[in-house]
Design a protein around this ligand. Structure first.
Ligand code: TXE
Length: 461
């Protein structure tokens, strides 16, 4: 079979950075065999030694910070300051796993009765060889949510970075190997969808995926037949409701950042805003004023806030959403079209007079575009926020905590926010409902998830 070329393209310029070759079925099978052979010794290594490799990996991330940030910006178009923020966040995430893993995975005695001479215990066994099929929007983050606790728990990891974040993925592999993780225990698999599919055809013990609902459904189908553990972090259409009692300018500033940070390509980017009718017009004015200040331009420039889209294909999705919304009566307050320059550029776009007949309020946009809809009251807001196939995050802005709690309790989402948005904490589980996924990462539950519990019933003679 001929080798599949994998050109790495800078999305800000359209220039080819480097030409690679994707791993085909044969290479993927060899990677799998190497990982299978190496896993038992890694699983038998004391956990404190495995954690020590993550401590060394943390040192590498800090020491190589500038190069890592530049590669990320060159490869996915993330503005350089935001690339550095991602790395800072990565270090905080590593700190969490380093501090919590040994305690979370220790052997537990859950029952003991000397009269019956009985002891009941739980140990956490590694799953074995797992596939980590990852995304490009926060490649250091979303990968580390999986491969760090998976390695600490004693698994071998076949890591497939997104084809849009391949160079970033290779940096991760270099740093882990330099930190002492054996090369056959963390194995990068380079390529696109075909390499991912080849990985799924190997007799792996689990698959942990971040990406689109459409691909996630294929991954789940492949895993279902094989009865292996499957975890999916998929898309979102994350809504926010702004109540009538807020400081309008503060709320507008926070939500514009939530919608446009990372050029609107975060898992938990704000994708739709519902505003109480009493403050709707004032909020829209403040929001548009905020977005107008954002600097669009070369992502390597320190002053840039909005860069190109990582994937050219998304330009058509955004164009179609704007055209559909305009046809159905939406008003374009800002932007509304691609920017004519080399690379994948779309102008920051704000739409009002939108409703749920429009794709922009129901389908994932994943770009610098937002619809703002007026609502009559809290009940109307809740109904609209839940009117979607997705359920990753949802937020409410209000001064009143009891009102916030009442609303948040009724929202169908894995994470809910009061007076904040677009936020992930290593201490809290990260999960979605409906088409946003199954399973979870992060929190101590996100460490346990890479193990299977073994139940010990011990009766002494
Ligand atoms: O996703 P894909 P893409 C959403 C977002 C984005 C859209 C498409 O809306 O615009 O998905 O992004 C691998 N078997 N999110 O194209 O196709 C692929 O190589 C096995 C939201 O990046 O789902 C990559 O490594 N693997 C999300 C990974 O799957 C396959 C973050 C994801 O690719 C495969 C990213 C197959 N048949 C995208 N086909 C979030 N939660 O933030 C592809 N892959």
């Amino acid at each position: 079979m001929p080798a599949t070329p994998l050109p790495i393209v800078n999305p800000a310029t359209g220039a080819v950075v480097v030409r690679l070759v994707a791993d085909g079925p044969r290479e993927v099978a060899l990677h799998y065999l190497a990982a299978r052979r190496a896993q038992p010794a890694w699983g038998a290594t004391p956990i404190r030694k495995r954690i020590a490799t993550i401590e060394k990996f943390r040192e590498q991330v800090i020491a190589r910070g500038d190069t890592l940030a530049q590669t990320l910006t060159q490869e996915v178009g993330k503005p350089i300051r935001q690339s550095r923020n991602e790395l800072k966040g990565l270090v905080a995430r590593l700190d969490f796993f380093i501090a919590e893993s040994a305690r979370t995975l220790r052997e537990e005695r859950v029952f003991s009765d000397p009269a019956q001479k009985l002891d009941e215990r739980i140990t956490h066994e590694p799953l074995g060889v797992i596939a980590n099929i990852s995304a490009w929007n926060y490649p250091y983050f979303v990968g580390s949510n999986v491969f760090v606790p998976a390695l600490v728990a004693g698994n071998a990891v076949l890591y497939k970075p997104s084809e849009y974040a391949t160079l970033t993925g290779r940096h991760i592999a270099d740093m882990l190997h330099a930190a002492g993780v054996p090369e056959d225990v963390f194995v990068p698999v380079i390529g696109g969808g075909a390499s991912g599919a080849a990985l799924l055809s190997q007799p792996i013990d689990g698959v942990f995926f971040t990406g689109s609902y459409a691909t996630g459904a294929k991954v789940a189908a492949a895993a279902g037949k094989r009865m292996i553990k499957v975890q999916l972090e998929l898309g979102g259409k994350d809504p926010v409701y702004v109540c009538d009692d807020v400081d309008v300018r503060n709320a507008a500033a926070g939500l514009a950042d939530g919608a446009f940070y990372n050029t609107g390509q975060s898992c938990c980017s704000v994708e739709r805003i519902y505003v109480h009718e009493a403050i709707h017009d004032a909020f829209v004015d403040a929001f548009v004023a905020e977005v107008k200040q954002y600097r669009v331009g070369d992502p390597m420039d320190e002053a840039t806030y909005i860069g190109p889209l990582a994937r050219a294909a998304q330009l058509d999705v955004l164009r179609a959403q704007v055209a559909d919304a305009k046809r159905k009566g939406a008003k374009v307050l800002l932007g509304g079209a691609a920017i004519k320059r080399k690379g994948n550029w779309f102008a920051p776009t704000v739409l009002c007079d939108v409703d749920h007949s429009m794709s922009v309020m129901r389908d994932e946009s994943f770009g610098p575009i937002i619809g703002i809809q007026s609502v009559a009251d809290d009940n109307a807001a809740i109904a609209q926020m839940n009117d979607t196939d997705y359920g990753l995050t949802a937020a409410v802005y209000t001064r009143e905590s009891s009102r916030a709690r009442r609303i948040l309790a009724r929202l169908q989402a894995g994470s809910v926010y009061w007076n904040c948005c677009d936020r992930v904490s290593p201490r809290l589980p990260w999960s979605g409902v409906k088409h946003s996924g199954i399973g979870l990462t992060l929190g101590t539950m996100g460490i346990e998830t890479f193990t299977r519990p073994k139940a010990w019933h011990l009766r002494s003679a």
